[in-house]
Structure formats: structure tokens, C-alpha cells
Design a protein around this ligand. Structure first.
Ligand code: GLA
Length: 391
């Protein structure tokens, strides 16, 4: 933490040649334990913030210029925008499209920035890992704007603004889960969130004798956003078909029995499978949280595994890399549960592994993955972190 803070402050000084009035900040990445592709279907999710994330340094300026610099992408240099001109996404802005999108979204809500600012970032979420580096950057930027300019927004607003900017400025139709997990994170707790109305509760994660291990496929993927948006459209179409026979606002309102009774209203078989996943995964998530509260970690793990199978067979968002990681993990004694986490197509799995099995897990999964896929996966044993902070 201190090293990262120092590095981002050093980066700020290097980029802008000054450090008067600069403050340092942090916003986490997230991992979702269960409840995948349910957050745009009015369903439940169960994510938690991590202790890895994005560090920021920022200071106000006297003019209307905002400058961005990333220690991770030094070659990209400093990018700047002028607040007196219209803010628009563009290729040249690269990663800075995320913080620019947040400024744009604040201004849309009537929060006009009185002046510009300089910002540097430094993240330790592995790139393209599906651990929400973009949501982390979005919430970090919103948190910085609130701190610098005193805007009257709650942490939950920061999540909503983050999602709004990602949907409308950056063109990914994501749900609210990632931004919510980052903005509302609480140490050692996961967040049981009902995305239909944003009601939520914290659930303490006490994994006696076990740890959360994230495994990165290291698969770089470009198609995610278009595939993601395509899945979302399938669910929306399936919903509109179901609405002809049942009065619901989202797939998450259906029980498994109700879905089975009405599913023929979805004529296309493939689309029916997508809707099935959304309904079953939501019910699995509700059951998983109840199991965890009752101290039944074994059942929680079984539901994690079932979640992966459904994402593989019905929702079709896994791929050979994620499947290899999960299927190899299931073979190992001491693995409570293992599944893909996040959007899919690449990125990471999340596994709950008994302490004494972690070395075997890394060795066997790592070996099998390399043999089958041809390159290495990477393991991280993670801790559950809190919400955004001033450092
Ligand atoms: C991505 C999106 C989230 C959510 C997950 C799948 O991470 O940003 O909103 O839909 O995929 O559960």
C-alpha cells in the first residue's frame, strides 16, 4: 500500500513537475463470488472489493484544463482535455476515456467542475483480468471529484455515475455490480446486492482454514464487449417474449418453477438457454448466501461449481481457458468451489481453497493449464478490501 502510494505520488511529480496540494487516493478492484450475468437481469450478485486496485494522486488547477497520467502506461504520456469544450470519447484518449467519462457524467447531473485538475494513477489489478480495473478507475475518479470539489454525492451515487458513464460514454452496456462492489466495499465482507432495487446487505466472509484464490487465464480478449452486449440483448429479447405470458419487469423476478412453466414463450432454443441461466443463477445466488450464513461452506462451493457449469453450457461465456481452470480445480481435494468470475471469455476464475491444498492447487492447475493451453496462468491469493479512501 505505502509503496503504491509513493509510486503514484512520484508519478504525479514526474508528469507535472510539482506536487503542491496533491492528495493520494485508492479504489479497489472486485471479485464476484457468485451471481454472474444477473445484474442486468434484475437479479442478485455477491461480489466483494479486493485490496488490489487503483491508486490516484490529484490536485486542483487554476484553469479549465484536466490532465491525466498513468504510471502503468508511461509511454502514453500526459493526456489533457479542456473543460470549456464538449467532452467526447475518442481513441487517442485511451484509458483516459474512463475518467473523462466520469467528469462528463458528473456534469450531466449538474455537477459542473469550477476548475480543472491534474491526476495520476497507478494500478495493481492485472490488465484485462476481469477484476474490474475500469470500475475501479471510474469510482476512483468520482471519489476524487467529490473530494476536490465537495460535490454532494454518496458512495452509491459514485457507483451509479460510474455505470452511467461506462454505458453512455464508453459504450459497454454493463450492469451495476462492478461499480457497486468497488464503491460500497467493506473489509472482510461480500455484498449481497439485489440489482432490481439496489437493496443490499453485507455478509461477513469467514473462511476458516480456507482462502480465496483467483487464477488469471492471461487470455487477452478483444471481443468481450460486443459479446457482452449481445448476451444482454438476448436476455432483453427473452424478457419481452416472457412478458407476453407473465407479468414481470426482469428475469430475476422468476422462480425456477415459474420459468419452467413459461419458458416456451421464448421460441428460440439458444435464447431460452440464456434466460434459463439468468433465472437459475439468480436463485443459486440467493441459496448460496443463505448457505454461507448457515455456515454451510460446502453447499456454497457446490453452487459455485454449478454456476460455472451454467455459464459454460447455457450462457456460453467461458471458453477453453476458463473451463480448463475450473475443471482442473474441481479435481483437487480441498477445493471447496471454483468458477469463472466477471464477464467471461477470458479473465479469471475464483476458487475457495483449503489452506493445506493451496500449493497442490497451484501446482496441478498450473501444470494442466500450461499443457493444454500452451502458456501459464497466474495465481493470486486475495483479501477482501474496503471502499474508496483518501490515503
Ligand atoms: C461484467 C459487467 C458486470 C456484470 C458481469 C457479469 O463484469 O461489468 O456488470 O454483468 O460482467 O456478471
Amino acid at each position: 500500500m505505502e509503496d503504491m502510494k509513493k509510486a503514484v505520488l512520484d508519478g504525479f511529480a514526474k508528469a507535472y513537475g510539482k506536487c503542491e496540494g496533491v492528495k493520494a487516493y485508492f479504489a479497489a478492484g472486485r471479485v464476484n463470488l457468485i451471481g454472474e450475468h444477473t445484474d442486468y437481469n434484475a437479479g442478485h450478485v455477491f461480489p466483494c472489493a479486493l485490496t488490489i486496485g487503483t491508486y490516484g494522486a490529484a490536485a486542483k488547477r487554476d484553469d479549465k484544463i484536466v490532465r491525466f497520467y498513468s504510471v502503468n502506461q508511461e509511454n502514453f504520456g500526459v493526456y489533457e482535455v479542456d473543460l470549456s469544450k464538449e467532452l467526447k470519447p475518442c481513441d487517442e484518449a485511451g484509458w483516459a476515456n474512463y475518467p473523462i467519462g466520469i467528469i462528463w457524467a458528473f456534469e450531466k447531473r449538474g455537477f459542473k467542475l469550477p476548475c480543472g485538475f491534474d491526476m495520476a494513477i497507478y494500478g495493481n489489478i492485472p490488465a484485462g483480468s476481469g477484476l474490474s480495473s475500469s470500475a475501479s478507475l471510474e469510482v476512483l475518479t468520482g471519489f476524487i471529484l467529490r473530494d476536490l470539489f465537495g460535490f454532494d454525492v454518496t458512495n452509491q451515487d459514485l457507483a451509479i455515475i460510474g455505470q452511467y458513464s461506462e454505458n453512455n460514454f464508453n459504450g459497454c452496456n454493463c450492469g451495476i455490480m462492478d461499480q457497486f462492489a468497488v464503491a460500497m466495499g467493506k473489509e472482510n465482507n461480500a455484498i449481497f446486492l439485489d440489482t432490481s432495487d439496489l437493496s443490499f446487505e453485507y455478509a461477513p466472509i469467514k473462511l476458516d482454514g480456507c482462502k480465496i484464490v483467483i487464477t488469471n487465464t492471461n487470455k487477452k480478449h478483444k471481443l468481450t464487449d460486443s459479446q457482452y452486449n449481445a448476451r444482454r440483448s438476448s436476455c432483453e429479447l427473452a424478457l419481452s417474449e416472457l412478458q407476453k405470458v407473465v407479468d414481470i419487469k426482469g428475469l430475476g423476478e422468476l422462480s425456477i418453477e415459474e420459468f419452467e412453466a413459461h419458458k416456451d414463450a421464448i421460441p428460440d432454443e439458444d435464447r431460452r438457454k440464456k434466460a434459463k441461466h439468468a433465472v437459475y443463477e439468480n436463485q443459486r445466488t440467493i441459496e448460496a448466501v443463505a448457505a454461507l450464513k448457515a455456515g454451510d461452506l460446502k453447499r456454497f462451493g457446490e453452487l459455485m461449481n454449478a454456476s460455472h457449469v451454467s455459464l459454460r453450457d447455457d450462457y456460453d461465456v467461458t471458453g477453453v481457458e476458463l473451463d480448463t481452470l475450473a475443471e482442473e480445480a474441481w479435481k483437487i481435494d480441498g477445493v471447496i468451489g471454483s468458477r469463472m468470475t466477471g464477464g467471461g471469455f477470458g479473465g479469471c476464475t475464483v476458487s475457495i481453497v483449503k489452506d493445506e491444498a493451496i500449493d497442490t492447487f497451484k501446482e496441478q492447475v498450473g501444470k494442466a493449464y500450461k499443457e493444454k493451453i500452451g502458456y501459464d496462468c497466474t495465481f493470486y491469493t486475495v483479501e477482501i478490501g474496503g471502499g474508496p479512501t483518501v490515503l
